[in-house]
Design a protein around this ligand. Structure first.
Ligand SMILES: Cc1ncc(COP(=O)(O)O)c(C=O)c1O
Length: 325
């Protein structure tokens, strides 16, 4: 009953026309902002816009798939009262699941590598979720493996959204992120650039946009090697490839290095007034590489979260170094 009320779309608001019935109705409809200064040789005929997913209530793009996967679990009867939501996550999905679980009254358990940022651990705890740490040296794949073992021991206890293989992950973006970008650019978008973790964002958004206009180029930004400092992102060649990721649907994949991605994060903070996370820097690096080859176009780059989530990580070291960027 509680779950149904929280998930309901507002019909006749009881408080006022601008109030929504729960935090869940704040997921999506994030702003699109033009990048006006960090353009590095991009021609004036090329417009560059960032979709600010840090404006979601859980603070990242992951609120969309978390909500969709849980809605799907409830609709299909795989998530029922008495079950616990369990998943492996490099951070943002965990926060999103914890937020949605809290709003709906379902307990949440999360397996994450021991080295995720202190902010993430604390935010998840603040939403009341239980965290199980996997070996930091094994990265997100280690969390996936440990989560599988926990589930195998008591499958009846858990609902596992399984963001890496759940079509509801990319569907969330097909149904929301894609249409929002189409509307916000009034159909003018020519290129969509996003960094890849599960691939849900690029797959779902890319599919929607290509359905509207097959000429739209869908471009993924990927860490250029296995050892990188781009939390949330995956180097596919050295990882367990997510079941929902279909590389053949992309027009292009661009490898990005950690240091130049961090430098862009610092510049976007100082020059655009936008404090974003490192994967936003990675996506912008790829977007600028594409933009510099064009005479005209409308590029949309997705910024998955905000920078204050990373103040205790290596990202901040370069930022705060004396006389630094
Ligand atoms: C900070 C950050 N950026 C980018 C991504 C990639 O998004 P997706 O999993 O939709 O590919 C994630 C995913 O976990 C993330 O946490």
């Amino acid at each position: 009953m509680l779950a149904r009320a929280a998930l309901a779309r507002p019909t006749s608001p009881s408080v006022g026309p601008l109030a929504v019935p729960s935090a869940l109705q704040l997921v999506g409809n994030t702003p699109l902002v033009e990048i006006v200064k960090v353009r590095d040789g991009v021609m004036p005929g090329v417009r560059l816009y960032a979709k600010l997913e840090g404006f979601n209530p859980g603070g990242s793009v992951k609120d969309r798939p978390a909500l969709k996967m849980i809605e799907d679990g409830l609709a299909t009867g795989r998530l029922v009262p008495g079950k616990t939501i369990l998943d492996s996550t490099s951070g943002n999905t965990g926060i999103a699941l914890a937020m949605v679980g809290a709003a709906l009254g379902y307990p949440v358990e999360l397996v994450m590598p021991g080295n995720v940022s202190a902010e993430r651990k604390k935010i998840v705890a603040a939403f009341g979720a239980k965290v199980i740490y996997s070996d930091p040296l094994e990265g997100s794949d280690g969390a996936i493996r440990l989560c599988r073992r926990i589930l195998a021991e008591a499958p009846e206890r858990y609902f596992k959204p399984d963001q890496y293989n759940n079509p509801a992950n990319s569907l969330a973006h097909y149904e929301t992120t894609g249409p929002e970008i189409w509307r916000q650019t009034e159909g003018r978008v020519t290129h969509f650039v996003a960094a890849i973790g599960t691939g849900g964002t690029i797959m779902g958004t890319g599919r929607y946009l290509k359905e509207r206009n097959p000429a739209i180029q869908v471009i993924a930004a990927e860490p250029e090697d296995a050892f990188h400092g781009l939390e949330g992102l995956k180097h596919m060649a050295s990882s367990i490839v997510p079941g929902i990721f279909h590389e053949e649907e992309l027009d292009r994949k661009i490898g990005v290095a950690t240091d130049p991605a961090y430098d862009l994060v610092y510049r976007v903070g100082r020059e655009e007034g936008l404090l974003v996370g490192q994967s936003s820097g990675a996506a912008l690096l790829a977007a600028l590489e594409v933009a510099r080859t064009l005479r005209e176009g409308t590029l949309v780059v997705l910024f998955p979260d905000l920078g204050d989530r990373y103040l205790s990580t290596t990202l901040w070291l370069g930022w705060s170094k004396p006389g630094g960027p």
